[in-house]
Ligand binder design. Structure first.
Ligand code: 5GP
Length: 207
């Protein structure tokens, strides 16, 4: 899971990760927010009406959902399940409330908070992209304060000062997390074989 205040760069980092690694896939969320000019339905989000979103909630389709800036956003359980079933890591671009809920509901989740280098830099990125009206912009900045406070709940913090460096750091986190003993189920047969081989060797040396 990647979180950051709006304009913090998590979406750019997520896209760079997808380009760099064949073993990750983006979990496309559903939202009631209208698409921005460069966004495509089914690629960036599944853009739903308020009614459609409510129906999906009622059906229990969401792993989690939350409200942000007056719109609803949710992770579809089926999307994450399909990615996991394909043997890939699901990348979730998600705000802090959703991240809390996912931590409670899923095992083997790694959370990374992308920290903008400064308030000035964040504000500059948000205003430069010109996707938010000024009242929406204010809401997003207010939200950013709460989000920065929640950063301590995350497993890792990555400062997005230099984009390439930030992507490399997220990559390293994925690499290291894959090597955790708790995730090494796939290596269990090899470890068993190694142990048996060593026991046989020890026995033959004792003879
Ligand atoms: P934006 O409108 O800028 O695309 O996203 C606004 C916020 O919603 C961002 O913090 C983004 O990470 C978050 N978000 C996107 N998809 C989801 C989701 O499925 N669930 C939750 N809880 N937040 C999401």
């Amino acid at each position: 899971m990647l979180s950051s205040p709006s304009g913090g760069g998590k979406t750019t980092i997520a896209h760079a990760l997808l380009e760099a690694r064949g073993d990750v896939a983006y979990s496309v969320s559903a939202t009631t927010r209208p698409p921005r000019p460069d966004e495509r339905d089914g690629v960036d989000y599944h853009f739903l009406s308020a009614d459609q979103f409510q129906k999906q909630i009622d059906r229990g389709d969401f792993l989690e959902w939350a409200e942000y800036g007056g719109y609803r956003y949710g992770t579809l359980a089926s999307v994450v399940e399909a990615i996991r079933a394909s043997g890939k890591h699901a990348v979730l671009d998600i705000e802090v409330v959703g991240a809390r809920n996912v931590r409670e509901r899923l095992a083997n989740v790694v959370s990374i908070f992308i920290v903008p280098p400064s308030a000035g830099a964040l504000f500059e990125r948000l205003t430069l992209r010109q996707t938010e009206a000024s009242d929406e912009l204010g809401l997003r900045i207010q939200h950013a304060v709460e989000e920065v406070e929640a950063a301590v709940e995350y497993d890792y913090l990555v400062v997005n000062d230099d984009r390439e460096q930030a992507v490399a750091e997220v990559n390293s986190i994925i690499e290291a997390e894959c090597l955790r003993t708790t995730r090494l189920d796939r290596l269990a047969p090899a470890m068993k074989e190694l142990r048996q081989g060593l026991m046989d060797k020890a026995e033959s040396l004792q003879k």
